[in-house]
Design a protein around this ligand. Structure first.
Ligand SMILES: C[S@@+](CC[C@H](N)C(=O)[O-])C[C@H]1O[C@@H](n2cnc3c(N)ncnc32)[C@H](O)[C@@H]1O
Length: 332
């Protein structure tokens, strides 16, 4: 699915190292300890499961960011007014855009000159998003781009004609540990012009049980989401993973603010992946690390921004202080 072309915009070539599911399986399941990157959860089934996660009462992140946008869209879009002469609104990992539409609505209401460039590894997500937004906002100029963040960052080097407002919402940054996040933001900083802005959604540290529940709900939706990595290997490469043989396991370290998702084998067994000519052995209680969901506080974010060469211009939080959107700018 990562290699399928987008019919509405030029196809973006994906770098094999970052975007090939096959390479990730070979490397991640061929090594010890085993790991599979969470970005490969998002195929059609993974996108649908993530939409169900966003509706779960335990997954507070979506409600918090929705509340921030609904209550503070005026202040957020006020900060973009200096770019009123025309800008590109670039969204990294746009997903279904259900929250972004609140900001789009406010920008359109003010008749600002802009075009919207959503980027996602999932062509399925982009197609759904485009269809929905085109129906809702008839005048919206939308240019979806399929690819990974890093592919698109390279492409962005050429988008210099107009200032950019980059949206990185939904705590997508939280899928990166601090050194990777700093590296990522430095690359983003390198393609930002002096008046470009970055709106960065960051889940905040909070009562540990609330964090754990968001990634381990009693209905098993987050479990199914995590296990979609294995189901996807079954579907795309003919593997014989029996996902019942794995436990979905979540941990949260309140000191580092890092939540981690694992799949843990209940017993020893062998899995065959015929299309990749691979056999994978699992020992009893061996794990596959699948996802990082990093939580932040102001101090950490200030440090990360400083390391990146950006500064915090403003921040917007929800009524419970669970989540923050930071507006980052290039120091004047
Ligand atoms: C957790 S969802 C969040 C979606 C949306 N930003 C929101 O706030 O609701 C993450 C989205 O980012 C996309 N994604 C994950 N890793 C990616 C990567 N490395 N490059 C591009 N897109 C990625 C997924 O396909 C998915 O649609």
């Amino acid at each position: 699915m990562e290699s399928s072309n987008n019919t509405q915009s030029p196809a973006v070539r994906l770098k094999k190292s970052e975007s090939s599911f096959e390479a990730a399986i070979r490397e991640g399941l061929g090594n010890y300890p085993k790991r599979l990157p969470s970005r490969f959860i998002y195929d059609k089934e993974g996108d649908a499961l993530f939409r169900r996660i966003m509706d779960m009462p335990e997954y507070y992140l979506t409600n918090c960011e929705t509340e921030i946008f609904e209550q503070q869209k005026v202040q957020i879009i006020d900060a973009l007014e200096p770019l009123g002469e025309g800008f590109d609104l670039v969204e990294l990992g746009a997903g279904d855009g259900s929250k972004t539409r609140i900001l789009l609505d406010e920008i359109i209401r003010r008749d600002m000159d802009f075009r919207y460039l959503p980027i996602d590894i999932s062509q399925n997500a982009l197609s759904g998003l485009s269809k929905k937004l085109v129906a809702e906002f008839t005048e919206l100029e939308i240019l979806p781009q399929q690819g990974t963040y890093f592919d698109i960052l390279e492409e962005m080097q050429q988008w210099k004609e107009r200032p950019k407002v980059i949206l990185f919402l939904g705590s997508n940054i939280g899928n990166l540990l601090h050194p990777q996040a700093i590296d990522f933001l430095q690359k983003l900083r390198a393609v930002m012009g002096p008046s470009d802005l970055l709106l960065l959604g960051c889940d905040q540290k909070k009562e540990p049980q609330i964090v754990l529940d968001a990634y381990n709900d009693p209905a098993g939706i987050t479990e199914a989401f995590n296990k979609n990595l294995l189901e996807r290997i079954n579907r795309e490469y003919g593997a014989d993973f029996d996902t019942e043989r794995f436990i979905h396991w979540e941990t949260y370290d309140p000191e580092s603010g890092t939540a981690r998702s694992y799949l843990v084998a209940r017993e020893s067994f062998e899995v065959t992946i015929p299309d990749l000519d691979m056999q994978v052995n699992f020992e009893a209680w061996e794990s596959i690390h699948t996802e990082i969901s990093q939580k932040y506080d102001n101090r950490t974010l200030e440090w990360i921004a400083g390391e990146t060469g950006l500064e915090i211009a403003a921040s917007f939080t929800d009524s419970r202080g669970y989540y923050k959107d930071y507006l980052l700018q290039v120091p004047k």
